[in-house]
Design a protein around this ligand. Structure first.
Ligand SMILES: [Zn+2]
Ligand SMILES: [Zn+2]
Length: 381
């Protein structure tokens, strides 16, 4: 089944604000939530569809990716099986979104306010790859060499030396939070803050792993393969989820963002999905017509130059350009012919041109003022 447009799913416009998107999602989710529609598979599917749309449109990066590439832009985000509940990053926001309306549909995804915090996530990595127009036209697989922080294999990322383990934090007793009770005129008030001893994680490393000194990460070289679809352009990027740096002490890995940089081409100029090629021809080819071969992004193509072709005229070679990144057709190659004027002449060439010049002069005299107009018109048509 073809996926519906995310904006359509939420019933919002393309330029909807984050607040509009949140409010539209809240309305749909309240209507279709499984707690309110027990056993109704269709409502559950609608709820999941709306949650997927919300996951994408509420995130600036994912939304930009979707706006540019459509659903294909998120292939690397959600993987081959598409959106799963585990991809939903707002499970913890449910209280914020709906108050006490629902129980914990997400089976523990809804984070208790008292639990310890997870270790922080690793940094995103940004990598640039240079592509030729030929690679962009065909789509390409590229290998990327990274030198990144990876999960330490000696301690499996925990940061604790082999044979030891993380210790429950004695300051907060593993809760990750400490309470401060204060009395005031209004009575007793309780403030809850992240435990300063364990950064809110609930545990500490007392016997650090010698390989990573307790960080849970070591630096390593690795090679990734990234598939780049045809039709990309400079500034586009492919997110590789979880391929950034590992988080400290077993925290989730960041992403690797592969930015596209288009190399300038010696022969072609890109214009959207079209490419422009300038073909020099000589005067006799322009006047008499000719069959020529022109280079394309994947080889050569034959092209007919009709007799009487003016300099500057553009011929369109259909579908010889760059495929649209969203799969909407293929661009063209635009061949602009430029009549070349010789700068050195043999005596024979000079003779012939002088003779031709005489004939041109006679024609101009014969046709009078109208001749110049006729020449002008030939360029404007
Ligand atoms: Zn280690
Ligand atoms: Zn603590």
């Amino acid at each position: 089944m073809a996926k519906r447009d995310y904006y359509e799913v939420l019933g919002v416009s393309k330029d909807a604000s984050v607040a509009d998107i949140k409010s539209a999602y809240r309305k749909l989710a309240v209507k279709d939530h499984p707690d309110k529609n027990p056993g109704d598979r269709e409502a559950e599917e609608r709820f999941k569809e709306a949650s997927e749309a919300y996951e994408v449109l509420s995130d600036k990066e994912k939304r930009a990716q979707y706006d540019r590439f459509g659903h294909r832009g998120l292939e690397n985000t959600f993987g081959r099986d598409g959106f799963q509940w585990s991809d939903f990053s707002h499970a913890g926001d449910f209280e914020d979104l709906f108050g006490d309306l629902f129980g914990s549909f997400f089976g523990g995804g809804r984070r208790s306010r008292r639990g310890p915090a997870s270790p922080p996530a690793g940094r995103d990595l940004k990598i640039a790859v240079e592509l030729t127009l030929e690679e962009i036209a065909a789509g390409v697989e590229k290998k990327i060499n990274l030198n990144r922080l990876e999960r330490c294999s000696a301690c499996d990322g925990s940061g604790a030396a082999r044979g030891s383990s993380k210790q429950t934090c004695s300051t907060c007793g593993g809760m990750g939070q400490v309470q401060q009770v204060s009395r005031s005129f209004f009575g007793q008030s309780v403030t809850v803050t992240a435990c300063p001893a364990c950064n809110g994680e609930g545990s500490t490393v007392t016997d650090p792993c010698p390989e990573c000194r307790g960080d849970g990460r070591t630096r390593a070289k690795t090679t990734l393969t990234v598939r780049i679809p045809a039709g990309v352009r400079s500034g586009n990027y492919i997110p590789l989820r979880g391929q950034g740096e590992a988080g400290p002490r077993g925290g989730p890995a960041g992403d690797c963002l592969v930015f596209i940089e288009e190399k300038a081409h010696e022969q072609f100029t890109r214009d959207g999905n079209d490419v422009i090629y300038r073909l020099p021809i000589n005067f006799s080819q322009a006047a008499l017509g000719d069959d020529v071969k022109v280079p394309t992004l994947n080889g050569k193509a034959r092209m007919k130059i009709p007799a009487g072709t003016q300099s500057g005229r553009v011929f369109r070679l259909r579908a010889k350009g760059i495929p649209d990144v969203d799969g909407r057709g293929v661009g063209d190659e635009l061949v602009q012919v430029m009549v070349w004027t010789p700068q050195e002449l043999s005596s024979r060439e000079r003779e012939l041109l002088e003779e031709l010049g005489e004939l041109d002069k006679k024609r101009a005299d014969r046709e009078g003022k109208g001749f110049l107009e006729k020449m002008r018109e030939a360029f404007s048509s």
